[in-house]
Design a protein around this ligand. Structure first.
Ligand SMILES: [Zn+2]
Length: 261
């Protein structure tokens, strides 16, 4: 009996000591999401991201040669997929928009048709965000048409933040469509050093707000973004920040709202 107590007591003490530590560590894990834009159209870091082990969310441009292929590839390897909807900017070349962009001369019906088609072209999509769009996102009729389809098809929306006057937040709230706004652009300057600096910003925002959302790009040719992101994973790990799909950030928001009215 004595022997048994001698054996069990340290075990009991050990489990008692370990338990608070484990739950404390679990409670402290913060979540951030990284959306990588321009899959389907660009080639830069496609393979590095889609065959890599960072849980990025892949935003795929519809109607390009590789749209469906990249969406399927991402899904097969366990990455969340979004539609990266090309929308008319105030300035910029028409060619930057790719095929079938949402432009302000379209009727709401035409806008909806493009979004329905994009959903078919980019399978497995859980949400959508805008590619460019500094002009089109400020147009209430256009944005309403997009958000109405998102509501009908159960898609969440991420406002890429290309205009301070975007109608996405207002109309998504009105129609009850889950929405997140981009906090950080990772690669507005295309160098791994800059991307690492922006990843630090993402970490800081995540620590301050309890969540963070960054957007980077596949890249036209080089892979500055993927290099910078991969090099930053150790830093995130040390700060107890986990990269999760965008839908997981939204679920966390929903839980908080239900717990704290
Ligand atoms: Zn884009």
């Amino acid at each position: 009996m004595k022997k048994l107590i001698c054996f069990l007591f340290p075990l009991f003490l050990f489990s008692l000591l370990m338990q608070p530590k484990i739950s404390f560590a679990q409670a402290k894990v913060l979540k951030a999401a990284i959306i990588i834009d321009d899959f389907g159209g660009c080639t830069g870091g496609v393979e590095k991201f889609l065959d890599g082990d960072i849980r990025i969310t892949a935003a795929v441009m519809p109607f390009t040669d590789h749209s469906t292929e990249h969406a399927k590839w991402a899904h097969k390897n366990g990455f969340e997929v979004m539609i990266h909807l090309p929308m008319q900017p105030i300035k910029g070349k028409r060619s930057w928009l790719g095929p079938k962009p949402i432009t302000v001369d379209l009727s709401p019906k035409e806008v909806k048709e493009i979004v329905y088609e994009a959903i078919k072209n980019v399978p497995f999509a859980k949400g959508l965000n805008n590619h460019m769009g500094s002009l089109a996102v400020t147009n209430e009729e256009i944005v309403r048409a997009i958000v109405e389809v998102a509501k009908e098809k159960n898609l969440f929306i991420v406002d890429s933040g290309t205009s301070p006057n975007s109608k996405f937040p207002e109309i998504s709230t009105e129609l009850g469509v889950p929405l997140l706004k981009r906090d950080v652009f990772l690669d507005d300057i295309s160098s791994p050093t800059h991307v690492r600096r922006q990843m630090e910003r993402l970490a800081k925002i995540t620590e301050l707000k309890g969540k963070g959302l960054a957007i980077g790009h596949v890249g036209i040719k080089g892979d500055a973004c993927s290099t910078g992101v991969f090099q930053s994973m150790e830093m995130l790990k040390n700060r107890n920040i986990k990269i999760v799909p965008v839908s997981e950030l939204l679920a966390q928001d929903l839980m908080k709202k239900n717990i704290l009215p």
